[in-house]
Design a protein around this ligand. Structure first.
Ligand code: B12
Length: 488
């Protein structure tokens, strides 16, 4: 092993976004909700845990584009680039890694996509990480400082762990790194747990690390909340980023009670499963503790499609009653729905729109079924020979645009990568887009917001959220690929 020891003095953290400008003047990025994930603040805290004097720059492109000029001015010998990668942007991440390596920087990649496709990533980066940063950060820094990990290390070094970290030892993320960006909504993402006890076939997370769950302590969460911005009137806002905040009712109840006790003006949101709404004690505790926004994976309004998805514990016939339970407690609902299950035919779009308009959900998050590389669904579609593009995540952006049949430049939710069972791929993309456009038409938005929000603040929040979600479906115009990025 080559040893060329050096000290780590600079770290650049990157979470990339789509490489496009979409309006006529070529200036607007594809709309993504400007929420700062916990990822880069956590990586920052972990770097500082081991190298307190290290200088840090972070670029979460949803808020701030990567500044190549600044990076170019950094010393190659003492600078490490850490990239977090999601599957939808894997192609762009590999491009950027190559650019940075060619500039002479050592690049390490981690995140959900690299955990799913570590072997593949090793071809593009100097270090590829499977698993949680808490477990690997020390080894990464040591490999860099020993010279074993540098811009020429290819294939890259493999950092792998099949164990979960103990979240009670996880540091408080350094959220200050987002303060320089004016684009973000002022909402923090806080993690309480990792892992989920369900095994839905399309889930991108359930097979990624290990099958077990881990939790932070209540004291940790309360301390983390104290670092968030306080707004006039003493309010604090955040979202829990857990895949399923209610994976343990007991823990969620305890935490919610403590949040209410310590921060009576807390207002937060979380993702949870609909079957949890059967537990009135849980709903009362969460609502009293400040829960105002629930992102709920209903996934389908067809029971047969839920069976296709291996989604257990959810019964469509109870959805309406459970929605009422949440609304009774003034909890706004974002219904996440997926189209393209084997049981779905074209009638699913009309049925879903009707259901969504009638039952009082506040927002719709719509996605075409997407075979993430870590999912059981991906394995099934490969076996059945039904993938149209494989691996879809390494296709250039132009090819990914074909997967939305040029219906919209916003590939995020409606890209179709496989042959559906009871409709064409184009019908699937078209139908999904149609439901979104109808749901977010002004004639549907205003009556809904007025009916669902009697007070001024929730009304304004409702208006803003509808605006962000509507943008996802209304994006039109020419796509211009950023010339600053090369081919992989
Ligand atoms: C907040 C959020 C968003 C925000 C984005 C915020 C942002 N600035 O990026 C919004 C709402 C915009 C969003 C959009 C989307 N999201 Co999202 N999102 C989340 C959510 C709920 C929380 C993220 C977070 O803060 N996690 C906490 C951090 C600490 O966890 P982490 O990022 O996984 O990092 C850990 C490890 O992965 C690892 N790690 C990560 N990066 C690195 C880097 C290095 C160098 C190292 C060593 C380790 C490492 O260490 C960390 C600590 O252990 C997650 C769910 C989740 N449980 O993570 C989904 C999640 C990340 N999103 C997902 C998806 C699919 C999407 C969308 C594609 C949805 C869509 N159809 O449009 C888009 C794509 C956006 C994009 N640009 O990539 C998937 C990603 C799956 C995958 N394989 O890529 C997730 C995991 C949800 C899920 N279970 O399906 N999202």
């Amino acid at each position: 092993m080559k040893t060329d020891s050096r000290k780590l003095e600079h770290v650049v953290l990157i979470n990339i976004s789509y490489p496009t400008r979409i309006n006529k003047r070529g200036t607007t990025s594809i709309p993504e909700i400007p929420i700062g994930a916990a990822t880069l603040p956590l990586l920052a805290a972990l770097v500082h845990q081991y190298r307190p004097d290290c200088e840090l720059r972070s670029y979460d492109e949803i808020g701030t584009h990567v500044d190549f000029d600044y990076i170019d001015g950094l010393p190659r010998k003492s600078t490490l680039i850490l990239m977090s990668v999601r599957t939808t942007l894997a192609y762009e991440a590999m491009q950027m890694s190559r650019t940075l390596r060619e500039m002479g920087f050592a690049v390490v990649m981690g995140g959900p996509h690299i955990s799913a496709c570590q072997e593949e990533a090793l071809q593009y980066t100097n270090g590829a990480v499977h698993g949680e940063a808490e477990i690997h950060m020390k080894d990464i820094i040591e490999a860099f400082e020993s010279g074993a990990l540098n811009a020429n290390t290819l294939p890259g070094l493999r950092f792998h762990s099949d164990k979960n970290c103990d979240l009670t030892g996880s540091p408080i993320p350094e959220r200050e790194i987002y303060k320089s960006s004016r684009t973000y909504m002022n909402t923090g993402v806080i993690e309480f747990s990792r892992g989920c006890h369900f095994r839905c076939s399309f889930c991108a997370s359930s097979n990624l690390y290990t099958q077990s769950r881990s939790f932070k302590s209540i004291g940790q969460i309360l301390a983390e909340i104290s670092t968030l911005t306080v707004y006039p009137g003493g309010y604090r806002f955040w979202l829990f980023g857990d895949d399923n905040f209610t994976t343990s009712h007991k823990r969620a109840i305890k935490l919610s009670i403590e949040i209410g006790r310590h921060y009576p003006k807390a207002r937060w949101g979380c993702a949870m499963t609909i079957s949890s709404a059967r537990d009135p004690e849980l709903l009362d505790a969460m609502a009293d503790g400040g829960l105002r926004y629930a992102f709920i994976g209903f996934d389908s309004i067809l029971q047969s499609s839920l069976a296709d998805a291996n989604k257990t514990g959810a019964e469509v016939c109870h959805y309406e009653k459970l929605i009422k339970e949440l609304k009774k407690r003034n909890i706004q609902i974002t219904a996440a729905l997926v189209f393209g299950f084997d049981s779905d035919d074209v009638s699913v779009f009309q049925k879903t729109l009707k259901w969504s308009l009638e039952n009082g959900v506040d927002l719709l998050n719509l996605n075409v079924l997407r075979p993430y590389p870590s999912s059981l669904l991906y394995q099934k579609l490969i076996q059945e020979g039904r993938m149209i593009y494989d691996p879809w995540w390494l296709q250039p952006f132009e090819t990914r645009l074909k997967m939305v049949h040029d219906l919209s430049p916003n590939i995020s939710g409606i890209m179709t990568t496989f042959r559906p069972n009871k409709m064409s791929a184009r019908e699937l993309a078209e139908g999904t887009l149609w439901v979104g456009r109808e749901f977010y038409k002004a004639r549907n938005v205003f009556p809904r917001i007025i009916k669902n929000n009697k007070k001024i603040v929730p009304f304004l929040v409702g208006l803003k959220s509808n605006y962000y979600y509507a943008k996802e479906f209304s994006v039109k115009g020419k796509v211009v690929i950023d010339p600053g990025r090369c081919q992989i």
